[in-house]
Write a protein that binds this ligand. Structure first.
Ligand SMILES: O=P(O)(O)OC[C@H]1O[C@H](OP(=O)(O)OP(=O)(O)O)[C@H](O)[C@@H]1O
Ligand SMILES: O=c1cc[nH]c(=O)[nH]1
Ligand SMILES: [Mg+2]
Length: 209
C-alpha cells in the first residue's frame, strides 16, 4: 500500500483556498467537506464491482454494481468530524466508528480519550478521516486501536500530511493506504505542519483564540 497525493485539479484548487489565513469558520468547514468528498471518491477507486442484468427501456442491459463492500468511517475527534458529512455524502450507508485522540501539546504524544467502534470490524474496511497528519502519532494510535479489534482493511484520508508523519505511519503500518490532498514541507518546533493549515480543529470549531 502507499501514500498518495490526490493530484486532481479540483483537490489542488480547494486545498490551496483552504490555506488562506483570513477565512471564516463557515468557509473553512465548507471547503473541508468538499475536499473530504473528493478524497473519498478516490479511496473508492478499487472497490469491487459485479456485473448484473437489469431490465432497461429497450430490454435487458448489463450494468456494474458495487459488490457489497462494508465500510466504517472513522473520524478522529475533533477535527475528523469536519470531514464526516462529505464522506457520508458518497457512502450514506456506512457505519461510523468514533475515536477521540488529543495530541499532548508539550510531548506531541497521542492521548486517546474515546472509543466507540462498530461491530464486525474483521468484515469491514475502515476509512479513517482526519485533516492533519503531523507526527503520525494520532493516526498510528487509531490504526492500532482498529487492528486490535480485528480490522484488516484500513485506509486514511487526510487533507495535509507532513513527511515525518507519513514516514512514521508507513513504517508502522505499511498495509494502510493514505490519500492526502497535499504533502507539505516539514513540522515546526511545536509540531505544526509548515505551511499547513494552522490548527484545523480550532478552525473547524471556531475555538481559535
Ligand atoms: O499527527 P499528530 O502529531 O498526532 O497530529 C495530528 C493530530 O492533531 C490534531 O488533533 P488535536 O489533537 O489537535 O485535536 P483536535 O482535533 O481536538 O483539535 C489533528 O486533527 C490530528 O488528530
Ligand atoms: O499542523 C497541525 C498539526 C497538528 N494539528 C493541527 O491541527 N495542525
Ligand atoms: Mg487541534
Amino acid at each position: 500500500m502507499a501514500f498518495t497525493v490526490v493530484d486532481h485539479p479540483l483537490v489542488q484548487h480547494k486545498i490551496g483556498l483552504l490555506r488562506a489565513a483570513d477565512m471564516s469558520t463557515k468557509k473553512f468547514r465548507e471547503l473541508t467537506a468538499e475536499l473530504a468528498r473528493l478524497l473519498a471518491y478516490e479511496a473508492c477507486r478499487d472497490f469491487p464491482v459485479e456485473t448484473v442484468t437489469v431490465e432497461g427501456w429497450c430490454g435487458p442491459v448489463e450494468v456494474q454494481q458495487l459488490k457489497g463492500k462494508k465500510v466504517t468511517v472513522v473520524p478522529i475527534l475533533r477535527a475528523g468530524l469536519g470531514m464526516l458529512d462529505g464522506v457520508l455524502d458518497l457512502m450514506p450507508s456506512a457505519r461510523v466508528s468514533v475515536v477521540g485522540i488529543a495530541r499532548n501539546e508539550e510531548t506531541l504524544m497521542p492521548e486517546p480519550y474515546f472509543e466507540k467502534l462498530v461491530g464486525s470490524l474483521e468484515e469491514r474496511m475502515a476509512l479513517i478521516i482526519d485533516p492533519m497528519l503531523a507526527t503520525g502519532g494520532s493516526l498510528n494510535a487509531t490504526i492500532d486501536m482498529l487492528k486490535r479489534k480485528g480490522c484488516r482493511q484500513i485506509q486514511a484520508l487526510v487533507l495535509v500530511a507532513a513527511p515525518e508523519g507519513v514516514k512514521a505511519v508507513t513504517a508502522a503500518h505499511p498495509d494502510v493506504a493514505i490519500h492526502a490532498a497535499s504533502l507539505d514541507s516539514h513540522l515546526n518546533a511545536d509540531g505544526y505542519i509548515i505551511p499547513g493549515l494552522g490548527d484545523a480543529g480550532d478552525k473547524l470549531f471556531g475555538t481559535k483564540q
